[in-house]
Write a protein that binds this ligand. Sequence first.
Ligand code: GCO
Ligand code: MN
Ligand code: MN
Length: 387
Amino acid sequence: MYEPRPEHKFTFGLWTVGNVGRDPFGDAVRERLDPVYVVHKLAELGVYGVNLHDEDLIPRGTPPAERDRIVHRFKKALEETGLKVPMVTANLFSDPAFKDGALTSPDPWVRAYALRKSLETMDLGAELGAEIYVVWPGREGAEVEATGKVRKVWGWMREALDFMAAYAEDQGYPYRFALEPKPNEPRGDIYFATVGSFLAFIQTLARPERFGLNPEFAHETMSGLNFVHAVAQVLEAGKLFHIDLNDQRMNRFDQDLRFGSENLKAAFFLVDLLEHSGYEGPRHFDAHALRTEDEEGVWAFAKGCMRTYLILKERAQAFREDPEVRDLLAAYYREDPEAVAYLGPYSRERAEALKRAEFPLEAMRKRGYDLERLDQLVVEYLLGVRG
Ligand code: GCO
Ligand code: MN
Ligand code: MN
């Protein structure tokens, strides 16, 4: 029942299960895994697809003939296993050239280089059948405010994204671009800090329909924001193009923890939301095994992400079907037709009626919403003692 299958659309990045456990203080603790080996391992686990940065597959500086050999070998592994590559993204953060930004560097050579790298990644993704292109502006930020760069970055970013979308159109690529906000790290502050920031920015682009969001659990949580609310707004806007699932404690560096390992209640409501939203895209785990783990720990981590997701899906469904929950919710949303008649689109008559209305103020002020009981039921489902 909690066994992952391709139709669950679980995906991992080469950089997630392939994470070697380096941190700012310590060296790698695991060896780099061959991408072909990763494809076979993920397929064994019932995963749907594998995502990648250009450099996860093709190390920087690889000569063209070698590049083609790597791609050929990788495609063969995809064919053998049936694994898909739903998403690709350019690494615009590792190269020292990107130290003060990539698409928003003050140096036009750097901006042009980042743009070229993005186009090449789109070519690579097209070869692999990818239809989602993620843009994570990890280096598009600052520590020093005195440059006034904050007045220019929006224009540079717009120009780059418009260029990329026009290139996709020109090449006949099906890409939908998924923009991924993050408040900080690796920069002191990143310009596109939250879901709301990118949602608004998209409306200023030449082809807004090509652009959506790739929200990440850890990133909104780092900002102290409610990830479930952020995703709900993205869904409502029709802009959930991709999602990065992981876990995170508030006010820390980006921890990329195993899905559901820290904020179980938020994970529960996220799965509840996603599974009832009609979202059919990948459930991507942008997380990695703890630095304490060897390779076996990595696969335990990957299995854990998927298993927790499926358990939460079952728990959420049972919760929604519980008659007591249903009764509580029916009472919560009960609608008095007399009150409803005052609401709706504006008309002069309705405004006048509203001004004449007599409100049952006493009852409105005294009403209890029964949320303690409802929330306790959530806890009991999560603890497995009910349903
Ligand atoms: C991070 C980001 C990245 C991106 C990835 C794809 O904080 O490290 O979440 O993992 O998701 O680079 O663009
Ligand atoms: Mn992250
Ligand atoms: Mn991410």
